[in-house]
Design a protein around this ligand. Structure first.
Ligand code: ZN
Length: 340
């Protein structure tokens, strides 16, 4: 019985151990299963999640890249439109600049036209009286002790005259000749020595005298005179040789000779009063288109100097008169013509 109980007790003691082992095995199985489950399922799940994430990121990337592309296109479009705007603005500016230049040119042209028109309009009003009555004051036989006085008077009245001079070589005469030229008067020749018997004796003598005075004046003043007044005039009665011989010679020298159509009478043997000289010098000016008045710039001709201011004032007071110096272009007054 005791053995039976002992045997029974042994069996009873062995039974809980088997149950425990079974339980432990089952627990281990569970753990292994759980571990396997965790080891296999979790990575898969994670893989799936990651795959999903990757897919989403891909999508997002695609979206972003497409958005970027759109942005790029937008920027490009904007750049293009800005460039076009810039170009059109630049073109506009250029065209406006061109327009402005054209406008400036037109304004300049217009100013030129207005100025030209003004000068054209102004000229006739100045020239009208000039073409009505041109007056030339001419002084023969100088330089003299009166030349500077005459030049002072002319300067005072802003008048230019013509001096037909002789070959006087003293210093005062040289200075007077230079002053005549410097102050804008015309320098003409009246022979070198004024000796009728010499200059009118032959063509050769006349030519020698002519060359002498022309060279002398050039030497003193630098002016080659092309204006001549015959001593005694082209209608003089002192020459034995035909005056046309000398006229032809002057023509060969491209020199124009000028006589006069008004004589002041200041060369008269008995000196005239200043009043008479004024009357003589101003007579008939208003009835002629051209008046060439003969005066003398010579010692002893004080009344000419005295008369001169009054003569100029009277001429200037006449309507349509202008006092001018003789030039190579002046239509000459000649007593004897070359072709007669
Ligand atoms: Zn003379």
């Amino acid at each position: 019985m005791i053995l039976q109980e002992k045997g029974c007790n042994m069996e009873e003691a062995q039974q809980p151990k088997a149950v425990d082992r079974k339980k432990r095995v089952q627990r281990l199985k569970k753990i292994i299963l759980l571990g396997l489950t965790i080891g296999i399922v979790v990575p898969w799940v994670l893989c799936i999640i990651l795959f999903g994430l990757v897919l989403r990121m891909n999508d997002a990337q695609k979206n972003m890249s497409s958005q970027l592309l759109q942005l790029e296109e937008l920027i490009k479009e904007q750049q293009t439109s800005h460039r076009q705007e810039y170009e059109s603005l630049r073109d506009k500016l250029l065209s406006e600049e061109t327009e402005l230049e054209e406008l400036a040119n037109r304004v300049t042209d217009e100013i030129g036209r207005v100025e030209a028109a003004a000068s054209v309009e102004a000229e006739p009003s100045v020239q009208k009286p000039e073409s009505s009555h041109k007056v030339y004051l001419t002084f023969d036989d100088g330089p003299s002790v009166h030349t500077n006085e005459i030049l002072d008077i002319l300067k005072n009245y802003h008048v230019k005259a013509t001096f037909f001079v002789l070959g006087k070589e003293d210093e005062d005469s040289k200075q007077a000749l230079q002053r005549i030229v410097e102050e804008g008067h015309s320098l003409g020749m009246h022979s070198y020595d004024h000796q009728y018997s010499n200059i009118y004796s032959s063509r050769e003598a006349f030519a020698a005298d002519f060359e002498k005075i022309q060279d002398y004046l050039f030497q003193v003043t630098g002016v080659t005179s092309k204006l001549y007044r015959f001593p005694g005039g082209s209608s003089n009665t002192v020459t034995d040789v035909d005056i046309h011989v000398f006229i032809d010679y002057l023509k060969e020298q491209n020199t124009t000779y000028f006589d006069w159509n008004i004589s002041s009478g200041d060369a008269a043997k008995i000196s005239l009063s200043a009043e008479t000289i004024v009357e003589n010098a101003t007579r008939g000016i208003e009835s002629r288109p051209v008046s060439v008045i003969l005066f003398h710039d010579a010692a002893g001709r004080e009344s000419t100097v005295q008369a001169l201011p009054e003569i100029i004032e009277r001429i200037q007071a006449m309507e349509g008169t202008e006092i001018l110096p003789i030039t190579e272009e002046t239509e000459p007054v000649q007593h004897v013509k070359g072709d007669e």
